[in-house]
Structure formats: structure tokens, C-alpha cells
Design a protein around this ligand. Structure first.
Ligand code: AMP
Length: 282
């Protein structure tokens, strides 16, 4: 496995592969890797000749300095895991490499309102930072295929929209959420949970699943959202939102009949750790 910290070395390696028409799959991450990340790598490996993973804790997508500070970083372990699944190359840049002073890396495109609800409403500037770093990394890696997790559903829809609007020559793939045995979506943030919070956290996915059943039984959207918020308000958990959204436009659902596909999305505080999850209900 190759490890690149500088753009020039990364480009030299990739240019040699790309002139030989080798397809490149790309998996951008912020590290502290778990089996969810590794499933993206595995999928890329089955569909491409070369798989590149980046590990970069992107400061521009954190709207809270304390969150950025405490974000787990463990490059040594990450490299071991990537090598174990046969990832070909890892890009591990410093902040100055991605954001050199003086370079304008702002990204402008029609977001089609995708950034407004849910995470967008609760984390101002977050998606601007995500779009900026993904665009920058796509420009550097120039992959044929980009792999992203359903776990971050809104992020995935926004990147799809960016790729479409800017006509970027890359195909975006959605990879299903990988979960712990008790249903909790794998996340780098899970390791920050106390034992007590970790024990209650499976309630998040449980509630998403039950919401799907209730929808089938004809419970109204308003009732269902209120029920879910109450269910998730325990002595240790505090929900920030629980929203039924159109799975394409992400706009809130009022009447389920009006939408072909519906996704339930939620963000829940478990102590000082903010967890997100989602489930396609229709
Ligand atoms: P992150 O390191 O959290 O920025 O995530 C990097 C990529 O891995 C994103 O495309 C995430 O959606 C994806 N990802 C994170 N957790 C999971 C999971 N549990 N299952 C599948 N994909 C995931």
C-alpha cells in the first residue's frame, strides 16, 4: 500500500495509473476507521483497479471548534486497517496541502435546497465545508468512482447534486450503512461515548425501524415525528430532530401519498456526542 502526504507524489502515482486506463475508485474519510469505512473500500476494490482512500479531518466542515478538537485521530491504526483490506493508496495530507493560503477554493453551485433542512439547519456552514473538501479532493484524485455511505444521507444527496451541477466526471455510489450487532450505526464518534450512553444508543436505530412500522400502519407524519422525539428523549439521550423527508429532495414530508421515496433522518445527542442516523421508510 502506498502512502502519500503531498499532492505531487499522489498525482505522480495516479497519473501513471490513469494513462494506462486503470479505473480509480475513491473513498474520502476523516479517519478513525471502522468497518463502515472498510465496506466502502471493499466495494471500490471490486469495481476498480485502483482504490484510493483519503484521511483528512477537514476543519472547514466543523461548525464547533470543540468538536474538531475532540475528533478522534489514529492514523497508525487506520493504515493497518486499510492495508488489511488491500487498499492501494492512502492520501494523508496536512491542512496546508489541502488549503494553501491564497488559493480560492470556494465552490458555487445550485444546491436545490438540499442543504437547508436537518443537518443544514443545525450545523451552519457544515455542508459548504463538505462540498469544498470533496470538490478539492476530486480535483486532486480525479477518480472514476466515488464511494459514500448512506449513513450520511444528506451529505450524499448534496454531493450527488454538486457532481451533477458542476458536471464532474465521476460516478457517485451509495454504500449501505454498516451497523454494530445491536443496530447502532458505526461511527468514528461512537468511541467517544461513555458506557452508559453507548448502552442507550441502539434506541436510535430501533426508533427508526419502529417509525417504518408505524408508517405502514397509517400513523400520520406529525404523530409519528412527535412519537419518535418522545421515544428518543431519555435520561441520557436528547434528540435534536427526527424528520421524515422526501428521499430525493430532502424536503419535509407532510402527506406520505405525495412522495415516492421517504427517508427518516435523526440527530441525537448522547451526552456531548452527537450521533446521526437514517432509514429509508418508503
Ligand atoms: P467520515 O470519516 O465519517 O467522514 O466518513 C467517511 C465516509 O464513510 C462517508 O461517506 C460516510 O458516509 C461513510 N460512513 C461512515 N460511517 C459509515 C457506516 N456506518 N456505514 C457505511 N458508511 C459509513
Amino acid at each position: 500500500m502506498y502512502l502519500f502526504q503531498g499532492i505531487d507524489d499522489l498525482r505522480r502515482f495516479l497519473t501513471a495509473e490513469q494513462v494506462n486506463n486503470r479505473t480509480v475508485g475513491f473513498v474520502p474519510t476523516m479517519g478513525a476507521l471502522h468497518d463502515g469505512h472498510l465496506s466502502l473500500i471493499r466495494q471500490s476494490k471490486t469495481e476498480n483497479q485502483i482504490t484510493v482512500c483519503s484521511i483528512f479531518v477537514n476543519p472547514t466542515q466543523f461548525n464547533d471548534a470543540a468538536d474538531l478538537d475532540k475528533y478522534p485521530r489514529m492514523p497508525g491504526k487506520d493504515l493497518e486497517k486499510l492495508a488489511s483490506v488491500g487498499c492501494h493508496a492512502v492520501f494523508l495530507p496536512q491542512v496546508e496541502e489541502i488549503y494553501p493560503p491564497g488559493l480560492d477554493l470556494s465552490v458555487t453551485f445550485d444546491w436545490n435546497g438540499l442543504h437547508e433542512p436537518m443537518e443544514g439547519a443545525h450545523r451552519p456552514g457544515h455542508f459548504a465545508g463538505v462540498a469544498q473538501v470533496v470538490k478539492r479532493l476530486l480535483d486532486l484524485v480525479k477518480p472514476d468512482h466515488l464511494y459514500m455511505g448512506q449513513k450520511d444521507y444528506q451529505q450524499l444527496q448534496i454531493i450527488r447534486q454538486m457532481v451533477k451541477e458542476l458536471k464532474l466526471p465521476v460516478k457517485v455510489h451509495r454504500v449501505p450503512t454498516v451497523r454494530e450487532a445491536d443496530g447502532l450505526a458505526m461511527s468514528s464518534r461512537n468511541m467517544l461515548l461513555s458506557e452508559e450512553h453507548r448502552a442507550e444508543a441502539p434506541l436510535i436505530y430501533n426508533t427508526l425501524l419502529q417509525a417504518g412500522e408505524k408508517l405502514q400502519q397509517g400513523v400520520s407524519v406529525a404523530e409519528l415525528e412527535a412519537w419518535a422525539l418522545e421515544q428518543l428523549s431519555t435520561s441520557l439521550l436528547r434528540p435534536e430532530y427526527f424528520t421524515l423527508a422526501d428521499a430525493e429532495t430532502l424536503q419535509p414530508v407532510q402527506d406520505t401519498q405525495d412522495h415516492k421515496h421517504i427517508v427518516a433522518c435523526t440527530a441525537v445527542w448522547a451526552g456531548t456526542v452527537r450521533l446521526i442516523d437514517n432509514h429509508l421508510l418508503k
